[in-house]
Design a protein around this ligand. Structure first.
Ligand SMILES: [Zn+2]
Length: 430
């Protein structure tokens, strides 16, 4: 009898509207049918559970999990300048980044994410933890014009990006992207260098754009144009560019985004918490701009929970536009899953034959999820990420019965507590 790597038995498939078996072979979904008579190296019994694609968190700074909730209730620039940057100046090190990545990736696996895009320092540490934990990651060192302890200027950061590219070359789950921080922290010259390296290596570009009204004013003052126009004139916008936030974008810029196929990464909870504003996502969707979803760093959200982010996104835009159909549950789930994978060229985000085997099993046998009429709407509006029972990434089971198999949860939480004590002391001196 034919043997597959993984066989999921009797999961309810919300789009096929029936109970199915799912066979996984070589990291992909090989077969889906009502009954599959196959040998399997690993079998999961999924009765009472509903299968959905796993989430793609397309913008975060995962190691900031160690700074979670600090500077709460401050606007973006105060939050950065008064709290985050001084603490990062003191604490960011390979050890800090590694401990933060472990905590953040543990949180992401427990909330059903199997792909994340990260921008920070010492990203080789994040890459190693990602490989160890079995998730997919697109990583990049933040490129800035000013010095930090990581580099003395733009060329130093770009050198770091090059060595990172070399480091993870050929890895099947971790890939390197280029992360110029933002148009207000990178000069046109720096951005041109990033573009050259992207063209030379094929690496994606991941950047913060038009996050606050203040940023737009600053760019207009300096370059006489809006941030999107400024980046487009530099040649930076293409289907290889992921632009986080995109809150303050006018109609002309929307057309530029559509024409260049640049991708918007919506981060609604971070934008709300830092009082940055509400991105015009329904307009983007209507005009054919590509949109995916991210949490942003756990210090500005304050978690990495993509299910919560998805739910917030739908309700935010319904309320903001007074249109209950502004973003419906199916569209929201697609933005949080398939659109993210697609943005970085991965055939994932759907539980269909031929797609990458990245999916979750959600336990619907709960008071807040019964009776089950419309599992997609109930996932988005009723479920909590703690209802996610099983997480599979590229055919590998990362969590089963809520137990993460690839990371030591107890040890990671203990280590986070140790960092907390050190950081708390420093905070009293600020
Ligand atoms: Zn960010």
């Amino acid at each position: 009898m034919e043997e597959v790597d993984l066989l999921v038995k009797e999961a309810f498939h919300p789009y096929l509207q029936k109970t199915v078996d799912i066979a996984v072979k070589e990291g992909r979904i090989y077969k889906i049918a009502e009954k599959l008579d196959l040998q399997a190296k690993e079998v999961i019994f999924a009765k009472g559970k509903v299968v959905f694609p796993s989430f793609a968190n397309m913008h975060t700074h995962v190691s900031m999990s160690l700074l979670r909730s600090l500077g709460a209730d401050l606007p973006l620039m105060d939050w950065l300048q008064k709290v985050i940057w001084p603490l990062e100046g003191e604490f960011v090190s390979p050890e800090f980044v590694r401990a933060g990545a472990k905590l953040g990736i543990l949180e992401m696996i427990k909330s059903g994410t199997t792909l994340f895009m990260d921008m920070y320092f010492y990203e080789e540490e994040v890459g190693e933890v990602a490989i160890e934990s079995g998730v997919r990651a697109g990583l990049g060192v933040g490129i800035l014009d000013f010095p930090t302890k990581v580099a003395s200027g733009p060329d130093g950061y770009i050198e770091r990006a090059k060595s990172l590219l070399e480091n993870f070359k050929g890895n099947d789950k971790v890939f390197v992207v280029l992360c110029p921080h933002a148009p207000y922290t990178c000069s046109p010259e720096t951005l041109r260098k990033v573009l050259d390296l992207s063209e030379e290596t094929g690496a994606y570009i991941h950047i913060h754009v038009a996050e606050t009204k203040g940023e737009v004013e600053k760019i207009k003052e300096e370059y006489g144009k809006t941030p999107v126009k400024h980046l487009n004139d530099l040649g930076l916008l293409s289907e290889k560019t992921l632009c986080a936030h995109m809150v303050w974008v006018d109609e002309e810029e929307t057309q530029i985004l559509r024409e260049t196929s640049a991708v918007v990464v919506h981060c609604p909870e971070s934008n709300l918490k830092l009082a940055s504003g509400i991105a015009p996502i329904p307009r983007y969707i209507k005009e054919g701009v590509k949109v995916c979803l991210g949490t942003d760093g756990p210090a500005s959200n304050d978690n990495l929970d993509m299910l919560e982010e998805t739910s917030t996104m739908t309700k935010l835009h319904k309320g903001n536009t007074l249109d209950a159909k502004a973003i419906d549950a199916r569209t929201a789930l697609k933005i949080a899953t398939e659109e993210g994978f697609k943005a970085v060229g991965i055939k994932g985000g759907r539980v269909e034959e031929g797609f990458e085997a990245d999916f979750i099993l959600v336990d619907f046998d709960k008071p807040h999820l019964q009776p089950m009429y419309d599992p997609v709407a109930q996932l988005v509006y009723s479920a909590k990420s703690s209802d996610i029972d099983t997480v599979v990434c590229k055919g590998k089971v990362l969590m089963e019965k809520r137990e993460v198999k690839t990371l030591d949860e107890e040890k990671i939480l203990k280590e986070a507590g140790e960092w907390r004590d050190k950081i708390w002391k420093a905070l009293q001196r600020l």
